[in-house]
Design a protein around this ligand. Structure first.
Ligand SMILES: [Zn+2]
Length: 77
């Protein structure tokens, strides 16, 4: 008898972090990725910083955060 196991397709769910959230460096296990010469959406800062992060469910992604107001400016891959 042949048994067939169905393997669930890998789900491509994205992180639950949204633009405008406050940066939670420790909770999200943030690791520096790169700097962006982009103006912050929320304050006058002219630089934002990209980090590799994990959300509270362990999903990985990258976010760009303003070092001044510490708000998430972008979520990128
Ligand atoms: Zn800012």
């Amino acid at each position: 008898m042949r048994r067939v196991f169905t393997i669930p397709e890998e789900q491509h769910v994205s992180i639950t972090i949204n633009v405008g959230e406050d940066f939670k460096a420790i909770v999200w296990k943030a690791q520096f990725d790169m700097d962006f010469k982009t103006e912050c959406l929320f304050c006058y800062s002219e630089k934002i910083t990209g980090y590799r992060v994990e959300d509270e469910d362990g999903r990985a992604g990258k976010v760009a955060v303003c070092p001044h107001c510490e708000k998430v400016n972008a979520v990128y891959m």
